[in-house]
Design a protein around this ligand. Structure first.
Ligand SMILES: Cc1ncc(COP(=O)(O)O)c(C=O)c1O
Length: 429
């Protein structure tokens, strides 16, 4: 059995890390004494790339100096601004450029997608989600069901983990889809589950759903920029995401959307149309009839928020430099080290809810402490006070996400040591 890595071993991993220089491209939040905090909260809000402020300021300056001209003559013309984001997003989504678009925010995009890809009939009216779905997804799906004259009590179908298990087994999920298939209109699942960190087997789920004639979509809030994606090859119908987590585009940043190319020119899909989804060539002629752009762009409604899109440009530049495959390799090593140290040093005091198989998770580990809720909260508060930024999710989960773009192996080692000492403190015991 190999020896448990000590701090010096973690430091050597940092020295050998080919992506180590990227950390310097981000602002690192500081502790009160000025030293950098250990930021393991990229699953909630990614850190600010240094260049984000520069790009935002360039847009602000052009607006101040030239006003409306910026739509046409700014160095990055605002009229076609979102197009600069397309190639980078397409690479992260595993899609053709025509299949992705940066627009709106996640839940808005989910409503836009469900308008097109939830087509209930008397026989087939159910939407399958997971029992622990993020609240916003549940609200959106329920609202869509009601809007079409159905009742969530009968049209919302939920898949749950087995009792005493935290994560959903792919086999159970596919079995349910096969059983209920003729009644399921749409399957909506996360790429990575927000609470447990489980990465769903999107390829298998999509294939299973499509065999049953269901539309299938993914909420990629916790997946894009975290795990490699192949939405086109997996044949998903649609996907939605936000850019403020692993895409580091800042609070409330512009979201994104994938629509498979088989729908690129669909004329029979209902959609909530707006002028930005209309044919570019005639958009400013203001014709009466809506003629959608082919591809995902045809689902745009409004002109994009430039100041909420600019930071994403800075972040996508860093993803280009890093390359997703190399990030994934580092991510698995970082999270693997976190898991090894937690199990070896604190295995008696906690349970890791996230699957142990590297392929079944992203960078996040979700931890449940073997303590009363009050003590567990005290432990989390001690970590926060010591400058370790991770979050608490009700009812009793601490989420910890070492992000390969800016976190280090030494930080992982220090975090486990800090957790160990918080667990030994009287208020955490
Ligand atoms: C899994 C998931 N879905 C949906 C949302 C809602 O995102 P938005 O507020 O951008 O619509 C979030 C936000 O954190 C999320 O984590």
């Amino acid at each position: 059995m190999s020896a448990l890595p000590d701090r010096a071993a973690a430091a050597r991993m940092d020295e050998d890390d080919p992506l180590a220089s990227l950390r310097a491209q981000f602002h690192l939040p500081a502790r009160d004494d000025g030293s950098p905090a250990v930021y393991f909260c990229g699953h909630s809000l990614g850190l600010a790339p240094l260049r984000a402020a520069q790009i935002v300021n360039e847009e602000l300056a052009f607006w101040a100096e030239r006003g409306v001209e910026g739509h046409f003559t700014a160095p990055r013309p605002w009229l076609s601004y979102h197009e600069q984001l397309t190639d980078g997003l397409a690479r992260l989504a595993g899609a053709a450029a025509s299949e992705v678009v940066a627009m709106n925010s996640l839940t808005v995009n989910l409503h836009l997608m469900l308008t097109s890809f939830y087509r209930p009939t008397r026989e087939r009216h159910r939407i399958l989600i997971e029992g622990q779905a993020f609240s916003s997804d549940r609200y959106a799906v329920s609202a869509q069901i009601m809007q079409r004259g159905f009742d969530p009590a009968t049209s919302l179908l939920e898949v749950e983990p087995r009792s005493d298990e935290a994560c959903i087994r792919t086999d159970d999920l596919c079995e349910l889809i096969e059983q209920e298939g003729p009644h399921i209109a749409t399957v909506l699942l996360p790429g990575v589950q927000y609470l447990t960190g489980q990465r769903f087997d999107m390829a298998t789920v999509a294939a299973c759903a499509r065999r049953q004639g269901c539309a299938v979509g993914f909420d990629l809030a916790h997946a894009i920029g975290n795990v490699p994606l192949s939405l086109h090859d997996w044949n998903a119908d649609f996907a939605v995401w936000c850019s403020y987590k692993y895409l580091n585009a800042g609070p409330g940043a512009i979201g994104g959307c994938f629509v498979h190319e088989r729908h690129a020119r669909s004329t029979d899909l209902p959609r909530l149309a707006g002028w930005w989804g209309h044919d570019k060539a005639s958009r400013f002629e203001m014709p009466e009839t809506f003629a959608p752009l082919p591809g995902a762009e045809g689902w745009q409604v409004s002109n994009p928020p430039i100041l909420a899109a600019a930071p994403l440009l800075a972040s996508l530049e860093l993803f280009e430099r890093a390359e997703m495959a190399r990030l994934r390799t580092k991510s698995q090593a970082l999270t693997g080290l976190l898991e090894t140290l937690l199990q070896a040093r604190l295995g008696q005091a906690l349970t890791i809810l996230t699957p142990p198989e590297p392929a079944a998770r992203g960078c996040q580990l979700s931890i449940r402490l073997q303590r009363s809720p009050q003590q567990a909260r005290a432990v989390h508060a001690m970590l926060t006070a010591a400058g370790y930024v991770c979050d608490w999710r009700e009812p009793d989960v601490i989420r910890v996400a070492p992000v390969p773009l800016y976190n280090t192996f030494t930080e992982v080692w220090d975090f486990v040591t800090a957790l160990e000492s918080a667990l030994r403190h009287p208020s955490g015991m």
